[in-house]
Design a binder for this molecule. Structure first.
Ligand code: SF4
Ligand code: SF4
Length: 385
C-alpha cells in the first residue's frame, strides 16, 4: 500500500475518482446492497479527497463512508485508470485512526484483536494437539475464522490431505491465529507491521504454507513485503494443494464408479480471484468429483460475499445482504450446493443461506463428495473479533 496521500500515488487516484462520471458504480456490492449513493466508489473516494484537501473536517461522521468497503477490487476491474479504491480507502482509514477517529464498532480494536488471537491459538492447540508442528515440509495455516467457526473444515482438510497422499502437512504451531488482514482493514497499520513480523517468524520453519483465508493470503503475499517483512516459505492457498492432488481421490472424472455426477456451484472469494489469482485450482479439485457450475458473476468478475474489510463489524446488515444476494440466483434456480475456498466466505454464506442452499468449504465438500471420513472436535463458534 502506498503511503496515505503521498503525492503522485493515492492523491492522483483520489483526483481521478472525484472527477469521474462514476464508471464503476454498478460494480460495488456494498452500494448495491445498501442502496446508498454515498457508498458508490466515486462518492467514497470523493469524500476522502475533500477531507484530504481540507474542505471537510476529519470527524467520525465525515469518515463514515470509508468503512463502507470490503476491498473487493471489483471497481478496479471497471476502471480505465486501474484505480484501487479499496486500498485507498483503507489508507484513509489508517489516516483517520492516526487522528484518533475510528468506526464505533471498532473501538479498542487492537486489544480485541490480541485477545482473540490468544483465545483462538489456544483453541487450535486444544482441538488438534497431535497435528501441530513448528517445522516441516508443508504447514497449514487455517486462519482465524476457520479456527473460530470451522474446525470441522480443518479436520476435513487433513482427511483429504491424507487421502490424496499429502501426508506431510502439519498445523502451524504459533501464538498467532490470524495473519493480520483485519488490522489493515481497521486502519492499524503499525500494529499490522509488528504482527506481520511475528507471524513471519512463526512460519519460518516450513518450506510451504497453505492458508485457508483469501484476504490473509493476499496480506501475506503482498502486504507483508510492502511493509518490509520477509516471508520465508512459499505461501499458497489450500486449493493450490488440493487441485494438483485431487486426481488421487476415488471416482475421478470418467471412471465407471463415478456414475451420475452431481453439479455444484463454486463461489470465487474476491481476494482469491482479483488479488491472488486462485481460480483454476479449486475448480480442478472440485471437478474431480462433480460438475462445477458457474454463478453469473464468476472468476475475475465475482461478487464479494460481504466478509471483507471488516464490513460484518461496521455494517453487519449490509454485509449479510451481500451474502444473501450472492446466493439468490442459486435459490432462484432450485437451490443446491455452493462450495467456496475461504473460511470467511464459507462463514458468511452459510449464515445467510436460504433453506434451499447448502454451503461448504472446499475441503469439507471434497471429503463429503468422495466419502472421506472425518470427525471434528466440538468447538462453540463465537462471533466476536
Ligand atoms: S475507480 Fe475508476 S471508474 Fe471508479 S470512480 Fe474511480 S476513476 Fe471512476
Ligand atoms: S473495493 Fe469493492 S467494496 Fe470497495 S469500493 Fe470497490 S467495489 Fe466497492
Amino acid at each position: 500500500m502506498s503511503e496515505p496521500f503521498s503525492p503522485g500515488s493515492v492523491t492522483k487516484q483520489l483526483d481521478n475518482c472525484t472527477y469521474c462520471p462514476k464508471m464503476c458504480r454498478h460494480a460495488c456490492p456494498v452500494s448495491t446492497a445498501s442502496g446508498r449513493e454515498t457508498h458508490i466508489p466515486q462518492a467514497k473516494m470523493d469524500r476522502l479527497n475533500q477531507i484530504r484537501l481540507g474542505r471537510s473536517p476529519w470527524t467520525q461522521e465525515t469518515t463514515d463512508p470509508l468503512w463502507a468497503c470490503t476491498g473487493c477490487r471489483h471497481c478496479t476491474s471497471y476502471c480505465d485508470h486501474d484505480n484501487e479504491p479499496g486500498m485507498v480507502l483503507f489508507a484513509g482509514r489508517a489516516a483517520a485512526v492516526a487522528k484518533g477517529i475510528t468506526h464505533p464498532a471498532l473501538t479498542n480494536y487492537s486489544e480485541r484483536f490480541r485477545a482473540r488471537e490468544e483465545r483462538l491459538s489456544a483453541q487450535l492447540k486444544a482441538a488438534f494437539p497431535e497435528r501441530l508442528a513448528t517445522t516441516g515440509e508443508i504447514g497449514l495455516w487455517p486462519g482465524c475464522d476457520a479456527i473460530d467457526k470451522g474446525t470441522a473444515d480443518i479436520a476435513a482438510a487433513f482427511s483429504v490431505f491424507e487421502r490424496v497422499g499429502l501426508d506431510d502437512v502439519k498445523l502451524v504451531d504459533a501464538p498467532q491465529a490470524c495473519a493480520g488482514y483485519p488490522l489493515l482493514a481497521a486502519g492499524h497499520r503499525d500494529l499490522f507491521r509488528w504482527h506481520a513480523g511475528r507471524v513471519a517468524a512463526s512460519l519460518r520453519g516450513f518450506r510451504k504454507v497453505a492458508i485457508n483465508c483469501s484476504a490473509c493470503l493476499y496480506a501475506l503475499r503482498a502486504q507483508y513485503a510492502a511493509e518490509g517483512v520477509n516471508v520465508r516459505p512459499e505461501i499458497v492457498a489450500v486449493a493450490d494443494l488440493l487441485g494438483p492432488a485431487a486426481n488421487n481421490l476415488a471416482c475421478p472424472v470418467g471412471s465407471p464408479e463415478a456414475g451420475a455426477r452431481r453439479s455444484v456451484y463454486y463461489h470465487d472469494p474476491c481476494y482469491h480471484a482479483r488479488y491472488n489469482g486462485v481460480m483454476d485450482a479449486p475448480r480442478r479439485a472440485l471437478g474431480q468429483l462433480v460438475e462445477v457450475r458457474e454463478l453469473a458473476w464468476n472468476r475475475g468478475d465475482t461478487e464479494c460475499c460481504g466478509g471483507g474489510g471488516l464490513l460484518p463489524k461496521t455494517m453487519p446488515m449490509v454485509a449479510d445482504q451481500m451474502a444473501k444476494r450472492r446466493l439468490a440466483e442459486v435459490h432462484a434456480t432450485g437451490g443446491g450446493l455452493v462450495v467456496t475456498s475461504c473460511a470467511t466466505c464459507a462463514f458468511m454464506l452459510k449464515r445467510n443461506a436460504p433453506a434451499s442452499v447448502e454451503v461448504a468449504d472446499l475441503a469439507t465438500a471434497m471429503a463429503q463428495l468422495s466419502g472421506t471420513v472425518f470427525s471434528a472436535p466440538t468447538v462453540a463458534a463465537t462471533d466476536d473479533d
